[in-house]
Design a protein around this ligand. Structure first.
Ligand SMILES: [Cu+2]
Length: 579
């Protein structure tokens, strides 16, 4: 069983236990003896089963089980300890066990709420809040059912509740008072003074475009989705003028995967101010990394990119030889955008397909009709890539894979999630059952260039209630906090930095650090064995633990976020900061 399915199973069992205890309490209050006993038996079994799932999760990593061991387990023990003996003694009137069963229900429910609303890290505050809720609910239920606890017990309960509530609230809010990212610099325009080799102008505006045969409203660069393809040769100085015609939410250009100087990174409120309607901003940087990249707005990025404010950036080492095409995949208004149609290619011609996933979720790509190699991932060439046949690749949100092959005499076709997007003729192959390439074991290995790390960080990805804004929201969190309250990761220039990313949520988080490529060291404790993988976008699936490293060689303030842009918008964004 994977850690991801263990997390899901534990959640289901916890819900079952809480519901059965509460149901048993209600049934016994209504003097429905067989039902009450049946539900109590289910509750007991589910509570015991949780001992197994919590132990297994703790063995997979403390991040997955902390609050379950420290808060849920003691509360569950108390539930069994109080409800069990009371049930055994309730031979005559089952109603006598009602308060005890309800207490067990409140205890397991509040432990469940700690996991669902608070998560990692476990805090004394969350534990105390949970206890105070249980005590208060039990006292209220007892009164309602006519149970008359002694004056001492009642006073004790009130004291525990008030004390737990006061300390709990303080402790919960306290650690969140983290230093927020300073958002008030003057944005010095440094850039490069040299004369540019390539000049482009991108004008952002609302537009109507054709998506899969239907006209839909879009936000577009130069009235097209995707925007114009920007190309350069290594060494070129690229100058891109961004103008905003009428996008009220503002626009910037972020060069996804391109490790530009910080002031060219296009993150509003961090490296520049958003470009408002009628304004412009000039980006200028040297194209010194060959590879497949893309650009997109980082202002209101979730809606902005989804509506079409993106395009391709390709930097080639020299003149194009053979067929070299980009295949950006995007879903606009729920419809896949068509990929460029391809003419018949002469047999033996070298072909490079630059696959780019510009959506917020993973896509599955399958190239049928030829053997191929994955020449590069996220713009960086792989070492010793071997030929693959009938193998699919998964590309995370924001990720790029370059597939290369020599054109065979027979047609080839590229399928994305089972749909043909590129073909040189009819190919009828069922690709759904193909195995998926694991890039961590593909190509020729090379030693990790560092033997020690100067700084280490751990990011635990989860969901939780965020109460630090006027409207409470169910945020996507990092270490229990949501943007802008996640403390920045502070590094010194030259540091070798290692960070561990743990996903204890139920959904995939495609992680994306700006300004740096990270070298993958290990996933779930298994070291990477293939070609060195320098990534800027990688899927951390539920229950996975990734270890990656990079050298801090690009000073500035960098966004470090989930590239499911709806998640980033809902709190899952922090910053890497040079001291
Ligand atoms: Cu995410």
């Amino acid at each position: 069983m994977t850690t991801g399915s263990l997390l899901a199973a534990d959640l289901v069992i916890a819900v079952l236990a809480a519901a059965a205890w509460l149901g048993g309490g209600a049934a016994s209050a209504a003097r429905r003896r067989p039902l009450a006993l049946g539900l109590a038996a289910v509750a007991l079994l589910a509570t015991l089963a949780r001992a197994v799932t919590i132990t297994a999760l703790a063995r997979a990593g403390w991040w997955f089980a902390a609050e379950k061991v420290l808060i849920a387990a003691p509360l569950s023990l108390a539930a069994v300890g109080v409800a069990g003996p009371r049930l055994l003694r309730a031979r005559g009137d089952i109603r006598a066990a009602a308060v005890a069963l309800l207490f067990a229900g409140y205890a397991t429910s509040s432990a469940l709420l700690v996991t669902v609303l608070h998560g990692y890290p476990a805090s004394a505050g969350a534990g105390l809040l949970a206890i105070s809720g249980v005590v208060a609910a039990t006292v209220v239920s007892g009164r309602a059912l006519g149970a008359h606890p002694s004056r001492l017990v009642s006073r004790g309960a009130v004291v525990v509740t008030v004390a737990a509530l006061v300390t709990g609230t303080g402790l919960t809010v306290g650690p969140g008072a983290a230093p927020a990212v300073p958002h008030d610099h003057g944005y010095p325009a440094v850039g490069i003074a040299d004369e540019p080799d390539r000049r482009y102008t991108l004008t952002a505006g609302t537009a109507t475009v054709n998506a899969d045969g239907r006209n839909v409203a879009a936000w577009a660069f130069n009235a097209q989705v995707p925007g114009p393809e920007l190309t350069a040769t290594v060494g070129d100085i690229l100058e891109v003028t961004l103008r905003n015609r009428d996008i009220g939410r503002g626009v910037t250009l972020h060069w996804h995967g391109y490790d530009v100087p910080n002031d060219q990174d296009g993150v509003p409120g961090v490296t520049q101010a958003a470009v408002r309607p009628g304004q412009e901003f000039v980006y200028r940087f040297r194209a010194d990394q060959a590879g497949t990249y893309w650009y997109h707005t980082h202002s209101a990025s979730d809606v902005g990119v989804r509506m079409g404010l993106y395009g391709v950036l390709v930097v080639r080492p020299g003149p194009v030889s053979g067929v070299d095409v980009t295949v950006p995949v995007h879903t606009l208004a729920g419809r896949p955008l068509p990929a460029p149609r391809v003419e018949q290619v002469e047999t033996g011609t070298p072909v490079r397909l630059r696959l780019i996933n510009t959506d917020s979720t993973t896509h599955r790509y399958a190239l049928a009709g030829t053997a191929f190699r994955v020449a590069a991932i996220d713009g960086v060439d792989l070492r010793g890539p071997t030929p693959l046949v009938d193998t699919a690749v998964l590309i995370p949100a924001g990720g790029r894979y370059d597939l290369v092959f020599d054109a065979p005499a027979t047609p080839v076709a590229l399928f994305v999630d089972g749909r043909s997007v590129y073909s040189t003729g009819p190919v009828s192959t069922a690709t759904g059952g193909w195995p998926v390439l694991d890039p961590l074991g593909y190509g020729t290995t090379a030693p990790v260039p560092w033997s020690r790390f100067d700084t280490t960080f751990t990011l635990v990805l989860d969901r939780g209630l965020d109460l630090r804004r006027l409207l409470p929201r169910y945020a996507h969190t990092v270490n229990g906090a949501a943007d802008p309250d996640i403390p920045p990761q502070v590094v010194r220039r030259g540091d070798v930095v290692r960070f561990t990313i743990v996903n204890r949520s139920q959904v995939v988080h495609p992680w994306h650090l700006h300004g740096h490529h990270v070298l993958v060291l290990a996933r779930d404790g298994e070291p990477a064995t293939g070609s060195p993988l320098w990534l800027d976008s990688f899927d951390v699936r539920p229950g996975e633990v990734w270890k990656v490293a990079f050298r801090a060689d690009n000073p500035g303030m960098w966004a470090n976020h989930c590239h499911n842009l709806a998640h980033a918008d809902a709190g899952m964004t922090l910053h890497l900061m040079y001291s």
